[in-house]
Design a protein around this ligand. Sequence first.
Ligand code: SF4
Length: 398
Amino acid sequence: MSHAGHRDDLLRVEDLTTRFYTEEGQVNAVESVSFDVRDNEILGIVGESGSGKSVTALSAIDLVDSPGKITGGEVWLRDAELAGEFRGDKPEAVDGDFVDLRQLPTGVRRALRGPKFSMIFQDPMSSFNPSLTVGEQIAEAVEVQRRASANPRSTRSRTQGYGLGKLLVDSVVPGRKYTSDESHERAIELLDQVGIPDPVERADEYPHQFSGGMLQRAMVAQALAGEPDVLFADEPTTALDVTIQAQILDLLRDIQQEQGMSVVLITHDLGVIARMCDRVGVMYAGEVVERGSLEAVFDDPTHPYTQGLLGSIPDVDDPAPRLEPIEGNVPNLLDSEMPDRCYFADRCPKAMEACLEHPEERAVEGDRRHTARCVLADDEYDPERALDESQFEGGDGE
Ligand code: SF4
């Protein structure tokens, strides 16, 4: 690991990089992204659509599908048991109680989904199978976790004891019911826990019989089945009306506090970030351009993009409810069109000559836990050194 980190770190993502290989060319969806998730906190990741925030979450839990590919970076999870398992065989993947999941076998990484990581998405309807009852689908998630834990000695033996092959056989062989009465009962408990009235009856209903808000609650229940340490929530309220949004956010926070879980909340909505999060990372063009505590980023935004997002009300107690439009467009992330300079330079009102070199992430003066990928983190804007329009012309395909 490249940095000492914080004593409460549970997950340390370092320089994670994900590419998509499309017909148009290579798309740099996630570019050297780093962030930490601490015990029992809500970390917000905020950015406009196309900024790479969802792919970042999928990359962190190894859910990127073709034509996407994680091409670099480290994902260190604090897990003393797992570290002990691999210290002998793969010492390079272990650092104290941390394990770099990217260096572990695929089967082990897969086995960590559920008990370590879980994810809820924006559109619950597309996440549930329409031909199975909601209760059955949550019971399946419970069962996967129950079987995986049948041999609690190690994560490695979990994957050997109950792999995907067995799971598939159990699922397709006629007469072989995958879920049990026990897992069904647990599904009902989970539906109750997420505030679904009459959970016994609702468990026997199909997804189309649920309202959007109720189905989102059911997805939270499904995500909780494995009692994850870190729950990734990707725009969990965007498709819902305002009242229901507030209820789902309250539910997430209550569950996070009750279970001592950590949550990574991905959203384009600064109001949601201000209301929910302890710390925040701001994404732009596949990069985290600023990160720090909510107060540091909202009260003292350093990157001009963050300042633009927060508009004229950069205040935790009175945030702008939605992203303010910033003049110009989010850059095309095609590798052939990415400039060498700061990706925000042509929209930035404070671009200077130094910005023609792509900036590294650096600490904002006086607070090493507040960083920005911007020269202004440790320099003052100087109009004498400002870039003019002509310096953007040509050379970058723009
Ligand atoms: S590095 Fe320069 S161009 Fe980029 S955001 Fe900072 S000031 Fe603006």
